[in-house]
Design a protein around this ligand. Structure first.
Ligand SMILES: Cc1ncc(COP(=O)(O)O)c(C=O)c1O
Length: 403
């Protein structure tokens, strides 16, 4: 195997678009152009001595695909180049990455502060799983950095949040909150799914760990699940290397291969999706029957100043609230013809989601009400279709929702 990093022998600062096509590629003796798919669980050793060396770490080759695999390594290396992270570990799903990023770093007797406004499964990790292992938690309205400061305790070990949040697109000031965490001796874990790796770089703003559900924009065509944890070499070694090897949520080589293909086109897809989402947000603002439109690219987003500092685009998700009840929201969804009712996001196919009855169903009604996730709220993940077809679909569904 030989490494084909664009840096090899040419120390140049290549741009993300170039790194996402070439970065991290390992070539076999056949010199294949496309990244090879190493669908293997293990590796044959030349000798017993070599096997021993692999296990002591003196021989740097591959050992077992629960630990590492050439195709998975290509995906990790390409993601490291994109994120500007020293190290990374791929996982089977986004939730495997989130779970590892939190539990791998914490022990019984410690305390985590997390944002209230998060994806339902992320809240489950904090609210249900952490206490079962003796980890205390405090949930805060993360929009005001003071709330994070007030929540700190002597045993606080980590801050965890999504920004923008799922689904209401609340923003957390990564730099301000990271300063508070570091003053308290805590690490900052950011789920960067909604911003996408193209639109926000949490490590540059002070975060310590970034996690992605690669299922979303990184695949981008709704084909497979995947996740990744990115951080410094030191943090990966201290908290995540052994955790992931021994608990085993490894990414399948096949999925890594699919995700590598996704990374090649990520900048083009996400730029187009964000541009269409921006147009869609402005289109929705003109429509009767829609009471509120949330989009990070709108100048009147309540946290537009923070968005300007830490995001480079408004993202591809638009959230809006119908002037109506659950029945109106269901009529709206059922009348869509191009946009699919589903719960993924970042897909080439546009997707409508009713968070109150799907992704955030497990929250108690009071918790949903506190977060503003009402029966009229809908989340639109904008795909790659023609804007005009999407706009016509939305207009038709509005007519059906309010006959
Ligand atoms: C913000 C956020 N984090 C994590 C996940 C989990 O990702 P996965 O479905 O790949 O486990 C999702 C979506 O499902 C999400 O929206």
């Amino acid at each position: 195997m030989s490494a084909d990093t664009p840096h090899a022998g040419r120390p140049r600062n290549l741009r993300p678009e170039t790194l996402l096509v070439h970065g991290g590629t390992l070539r076999s003796q056949f010199g294949e152009m496309s990244e090879a798919l190493f669908l293997t669980q293990g590796y044959a050793y030349d000798s017993a001595e070599q096997a021993e060396g692999r296990f002591t770490g003196e021989d740097p080759g591959f050992q077992y695909s629960r630990f590492s695999n050439p195709t998975v390594q290509m995906f990790e290396d390409r993601m490291k180049l994109l994120e500007g992270a020293e190290d990374a570990r791929a996982c089977a799903t986004g939730m495997a990455a989130v779970t590892a990023s939190v539990l791998g770093a914490m022990s019984a007797g410690q305390h985590i502060v997390a944002a209230k406004a998060m994806f339902g499964s992320c809240r489950y990790i904090v609210e249900d799983l952490c206490p079962r292992f003796g980890i205390e938690f405090t949930l805060v309205d993360g929009r005001d950095p003071d709330n994070w400061k007030k929540a700190v305790k002597p045993n606080t070990k980590a801050f965890f949040f999504e920004t923008p949040s799922n689904p209401q697109l609340e923003i957390i000031d990564i730099a301000a909150v990271s300063r508070i965490a570091h003053d308290a001796g805590a690490i900052v874990i950011v789920d960067n799914v909604f911003a996408t790796p193209m639109g926000q770089k949490p490590l540059q703003h002070g975060a310590d760990v970034v996690v992605y559900s690669a299922t979303k924009h990184i695949d981008g065509q709704g084909r497979c699940l995947g996740g990744i944890v990115l951080a410094s070499t030191e943090l990966i070694k201290r908290y995540y290397h052994d955790w992931l090897r021994q608990t085993g949520p490894a990414l399948s080589p096949f999925n890594a291969w699919v995700l590598l293909k996704g990374l090649e086109t990520l900048p083009v897809r996400v730029a187009r999706q964000c541009a269409t989402a921006d147009r869609m947000a402005r289109h929705l603002l003109t429509k009767k029957g829609i009471g509120q439109v949330m989009y990070c690219g709108l100048p009147d987003h309540p946290q537009a100043d923070v968005i300007k500092r830490q995001m480079t685009s408004g993202g591809q998700v638009v959230c809006f609230v119908l002037d109506g009840d659950k029945a109106a929201a269901f009529r709206f969804q059922n009348a869509l013809q191009v946009i699919k009712i589903s719960n993924n996001l970042g897909d080439a196919k546009s997707i409508i989601t009713h968070p109150a009855t799907t992704t955030h169903q497990r929250l108690k009604p009071e918790a949903r009400a506190e977060l503003g996730i009402g029966d009229g709220m809908l989340r639109l993940s904008v795909g790659l279709e023609a804007f005009e077809d999407l706009a016509e679909d939305i207009d038709g569904a509005l007519a059906a929702a309010f006959p």
